[in-house]
Structures are given as structure tokens and as C-alpha cells.
Design a protein around this ligand. Structure first.
Ligand SMILES: Cc1ncc(COP(=O)(O)O)c(C=O)c1O
Length: 400
């Protein structure tokens, strides 16, 4: 038997000391100290009556944040993609058709998940950086008669907020299609009204406007959507994300399905309690106000936003990279010089935009001043045609 060199030596790894960054990228955002404290409280078992009470509270708080009365409102164990796959993998049955958008990176992920669920994917087109138009969706629905229509409410890859959600839902429902909304970057930061807008299924990520570490991701389904899930002829392809099985744990029975990520559920509870204390509408207003100051600073500095004013997404500000500047160099320099995270573009907008988040606990006046100051400084050093002082002045004048 050959012995592998070093296999018995314990690795010498230092105590964890991650850098103390300011997180103004597309997520995760800065976590509130109260949420961090909640994560250091003692574990209880995932079937402990005390935890069952916590589960009820989280469900109630999630309903408040989603603006819904849906019974079927839970945190899915995993990141936003797990909630997304729980949504799509359960409501799309083999042989069914799902209509997805082409105007951003995450519409592409929806398509991929729908195909893996055995569905046929059809697309409704809009350019990256533009929202879906009601007429285009109506036409695509008339042409393809989909069973499910998915759209991205807050497209993190383009900085676009889909504005006409009630109209899109109405068009889909007229043809009997269920409506699935990706609210990963909108829940808790941008106006979202699941019941009033007649959205059947919505999912989100905790690490964006809820400022919670990733790990337990919000999902809500209407009674109609859940009836469809429970009446499926074929089991969903994922056992872990099968909502008919998860019903046993999150429904009345509270029976074991998998070991819930207890600490992440604590964190989500505290993050949602912060939302409830602030008031959801006040929170939407805060995001708009502070991201508005950020946008004013960006534009006064001489930079251009990627999305137009009518569908600008406050939680994710997509800013055009100035000519002659390498976006990756700027992000690296901000990290090294300022301990500040922003991100580059994705997919079709790779190399063309910066993505600057203004989410949850990161959406604070001091962070907005900081990001505009630091970005202006780094771009100026790199020789970009920007006026950093004009940027900072505009933020100071706009911010309240
Ligand atoms: C709009 C959107 N949908 C889905 C996801 C996937 O979430 P996660 O990375 O938490 O799996 C993201 C993540 O950034 C997102 O921005």
C-alpha cells in the first residue's frame, strides 16, 4: 500500500480573519449586527417546539415582506437558486411550456431550470437593459400558449426593474398560465406586492435587500399554484426541493424532511424583524432615496446609468464603464485601496457596466458617500474623464 505524503499531517490553518469589506456589489450586502448576533445564539433541534414557533414567526414575517396572505410561504434551505429551482421544478411539469424572458442573465437561468424540469422553453425578447413590454408578452403568450410565464422583477445583471407587473400577470392569467416572479433582488428593497399584482409564485434571496447571509431563501406560492404542485402526475425531479414533501415539514404536520439550517432561519427571522420594525413601505422609500443620491453622484461625476429612469432599479445600479477603462481593474483597486466591493457586468454586459448595489443594511448614507468618493478617486487615478468632486457634491446635496 502506498502512503500519500502528508496525509496524516494536520493542516496549519490560521484563525479566520476575513477582511472587513463594505459590500456594495450585487449581493451579499452588509449584514446588520442584530442578524449576526442572532446567528450566534444556541442551536435548538429542527423539530423542537421552540423551533416550530420560530418557523411560524418566519412564515408570518415573510408574508408581510412579500405582501401576501399565501399559506404557502417558506424559507427554502439553500441560496436564491434553490428557491428558484423549487419554484420552477415544481410548477413546470414534463411536457409543459414555460415562457421566459431574454432581457438578462437570470431569465437564462430560468430557461435552464425549466428544461431540466422536462419543460419546453419559449422566449419573449427584449434587449438587455430594457424591461419586457406588455404587448410583446401578450403576443408570445398568444403564439405559444405557455403553462407558466416567468419574469425577473429586479434583473441584477442589467439594473432594470420590471415596471408593468400587474399588466403582465393579467395577460398571462387570461391564457391560464401561472406567473412566476424572480424577486431575488427586490424583496425587502423595492416595491413588490405579490397578492395585489396577482403573482402566483415568487422567490427571493436573503443576501440582497434583506441583508442576511445566504442559506435560507424566501418562496411563496398561491393556493392555485400549490394545488397544481400537489396534483402533479409525475414527481418533481429533485427530491430535496419537492414541495409536496416539504409540505410535511412546513405545513401542519411538522414532520422531518431534512435538517433545517437552524442558524440561517434565526438570521432570516431577525432580518425580517428589522423589515417589520422599519415598515416595508418605509424601506422601499429608503432604498429609492439613498440609491437616488448614489445615482445623482454617479451622473454628476460624468458617468452614465445603464437603465433609463423609468425602470431604474434602486437596489442594483448598473453604471456604464467609461471609455478606455478596464472594469476589472477598477473593482480590484476599490477592493484593495478602499475595502469596498462593487462588481463587473455579467453575460451580454460583461466589461460594459459596473454593478453597484444599494441593498438593505448597505443602503446607508455613509456608504453612498463612500462609494461615490472611492469610485471617483479610482477612476480619476486611472485617467477616466470624471469629476469626482462634482459627484460627492451631488450626493451631499441629494442625501437627507
Ligand atoms: C435575479 C437573481 N435571480 C437569482 C439569483 C440566484 O441567487 P443565488 O446566487 O443566491 O443562488 C440571483 C443572484 O444574484 C439573482 O440576482
Amino acid at each position: 500500500m502506498t502512503e500519500r505524503a502528508g496525509s496524516t499531517d494536520a493542516p496549519a490553518v490560521d484563525e479566520l480573519t476575513p477582511p472587513n469589506r463594505t459590500l456594495m456589489g450585487p449581493g451579499p450586502s452588509d449584514v446588520h449586527p442584530r442578524v449576526l448576533r442572532a446567528m450566534s445564539t444556541p442551536l435548538v433541534g429542527h423539530l423542537d417546539p421552540a423551533f416550530v414557533e420560530i418557523m411560524n414567526e418566519v412564515q408570518e414575517l415573510l408574508r408581510y415582506a412579500f405582501r401576501t396572505d399565501n399559506t404557502w410561504t417558506i424559507p427554502v434551505s439553500g441560496t436564491g437558486s434553490a428557491a428558484m429551482e423549487a419554484a420552477i421544478g415544481n410548477v413546470v411539469e414534463p411536457g409543459e411550456t414555460m415562457l421566459v424572458p431574454t432581457n438578462g442573465y437570470f431569465g437564462g437561468r430560468m430557461a435552464s431550470m425549466a428544461r431540466r424540469a422536462g419543460g419546453t422553453v419559449v422566449e419573449v425578447d427584449a434587449p438587455w437593459g430594457e424591461p419586457l413590454e406588455t404587448d410583446a408578452v401578450a403576443q408570445a403568450i398568444a403564439d405559444h400558449d405557455p403553462d407558466v410565464f416567468g419574469f425577473v422583477h429586479a434583473e441584477t445583471s442589467t439594473g432594470v426593474c420590471q415596471p408593468n407587473v400587474p399588466e403582465l400577470s393579467a395577460v398571462a392569467h387570461d391564457h391560464g398560465a401561472l406567473v412566476v416572479a424572480d424577486a431575488v433582488t427586490s424583496l425587502g428593497g423595492v416595491e413588490l406586492r405579490v397578492d395585489e399584482w396577482n403573482v402566483d409564485v415568487a422567490y427571493a434571496g436573503p443576501q440582497k435587500c434583506l441583508s442576511c447571509p445566504p442559506g435560507a431563501s424566501p418562496l411563496t406560492l398561491s393556493d392555485e399554484a400549490m394545488e397544481k404542485v400537489l396534483a402533479r402526475e409525475e414527481d418533481p425531479r429533485s427530491w430535496y426541493l419537492d414541495l409536496s414533501l416539504l409540505e410535511g415539514y412546513w405545513g401542519d404536520e411538522r414532520a422531518y424532511h431534512h435538517t433545517a439550517p437552524v442558524t440561517n432561519v434565526y438570521a432570516l427571522r431577525e432580518a425580517l424583524r428589522l423589515v417589520a420594525t422599519e415598515g416595508i413601505e418605509n424601506r422601499w422609500e429608503r432604498h429609492e432615496r439613498l440609491a437616488g443620491a448614489l445615482k445623482a453622484g454617479i451622473e454628476a461625476m460624468g458617468l452614465e446609468m445603464n437603465a433609463s429612469e423609468e425602470y431604474w432599479l434602486p437596489s442594483l445600479n448598473a453604471v456604464r464603464v467609461p471609455d478606455g477603462i478596464d472594469d476589472g481593474d477598477v473593482c480590484r483597486e476599490l477592493l484593495e485601496r478602499y475595502d469596498l466591493e462593487i462588481a463587473s457586468g455579467l453575460g451580454d454586459l460583461d466589461g460594459e457596466i459596473f454593478r453597484i448595489g444599494c441593498m438593505g443594511h448597505s443602503a446607508r448614507p455613509e456608504n453612498v458617500v463612500y462609494v461615490v468618493t472611492a469610485l471617483g478617486d479610482v477612476l480619476d487615478r486611472m485617467g477616466a474623464a470624471v469629476d469626482p468632486s462634482a459627484g460627492v457634491t451631488a450626493v451631499r446635496r441629494t442625501i437627507q
